[in-house]
Design a binder for this molecule. Sequence first.
Ligand SMILES: [Zn+2]
Length: 478
Amino acid sequence: MRLLRLLPALLVAAVAATAAAQSPKAAPQAAPKAAPKAAPKSVPKTPAPVRPDVTIGLARDAHIAAAAADVSAPRIRATDSTLVSFGTRHTMSDTLSETRGIGAARRFLYNELRAYSRDCGGCLRVEYDGRDTQLTRFRDRPTARVVNVLAWLPGRDTTRVIVVSGHYDTCTCSTDPADAVSDAPGADDDGSGASAVVELARVVSKRYPKGLDATVVFAIVAAEEQGLLGATALARRLHDEKKTVVAAFTDDIIGNVVADDGRVDSTSVRIYAVDSVPSRSGELARYVWGVGAVYTPGLEVRPTFRLDRVGRGGDHAPFHRLGDPALRYTERLEDTKRQHLATDDLTGVNFGYVAAIARLNVATVVSLASAPAPVDSVFARRDRASGGQKWNITWKTAPGAARYEVLWRSTASPTWTAVYDAGTAASYLLDEQLDDGWAAVRAVSGDGHRSLTTVASTSGPPRAAGAGAPAPPPPPTP
Ligand SMILES: [Zn+2]
């Protein structure tokens, strides 16, 4: 069995005190009266931080890289500019005008997506996904028509769906949450994310007009600002339709690069995903982290293992609450003095940065949608024959898997640090100690696409054939 050791790729920079600084020749005799200077050269360089190779063995697919490169910053800018031109996109704003309000905005989005579908031979199924929805936050206006605009790219498996969303509604919630008339441009929140998802739909449908293995739903959702109402309805609908949500992403506030204190960062993006162990969202975050390292090395992916920023929310949350792997992309530095105000205009959006995040989205969505389903029923049992030093990992074979990989990490490592090729079998004897870490299994397709990882359960032995109910876990021994 081949072992890809990832940790040895660590960059442990040698502590390099410069020889010149220590050499007697470095202290010139000719200037004895000069004030003694601080000797920065004699200070050892700070060693590079010890970081694991975060790629977790994901391989680069040239088609995906080409698709990601197709993302166009000018197109995203054009889409966002049109959204801003509707003045306000407040959930309770005008729905009849052709030039102002949320109705005009969603008709524009629908027509854009329909045009992409025409360009790919009808490959996208574009729909208004709407319903009258209770607005518990506004006594004067108990319900509103909340309408998501969806573009489906059916996969070979129509029961497995990957959702990537941005919200097109806006508000001036910082001054008056119920004001549905004044300008609320929402260029960054979330014109940036909504426009990026429109661009994803264009690129992925053009590059993969026959679809991928899983179905992809490009979702431009509404009423985020009234409590994630559009995304909540979509998540419930997918569950009611018995779809398996492979992953639910939201791109929300992805365009600002200058913080209100003047700090600038246009080269990193934050991803938020809960990682209580074992957590399917945490596995999704490690996957995105790896995809970023493989496909968009110029954009640093910064995982934060919590649902969202403190006191904030996003459209991945309803999916997470239903048990789906869910993740939010958001800019590294926010300017909260612009959010939910009339000042959230196009001057605060860096479209090169939005495009970089959109490229990461393309690589992630296509990688996941090209992969087999995650492996099910993964169990780990202590191997008695080795005196408990090894562990027996077993799982159920997954359709479409050409082989499997077993991954390992210490509990102290934020991502997987070893990948073992388990071949075609549905079991593996792992020479690592699960008292000290976690093991997971993933399926690999014939062309090398990896599924999400499934963490092995150590809490009970797998059901023996014909044994009825699974045996309860043995009582802990002190
Ligand atoms: Zn938002």
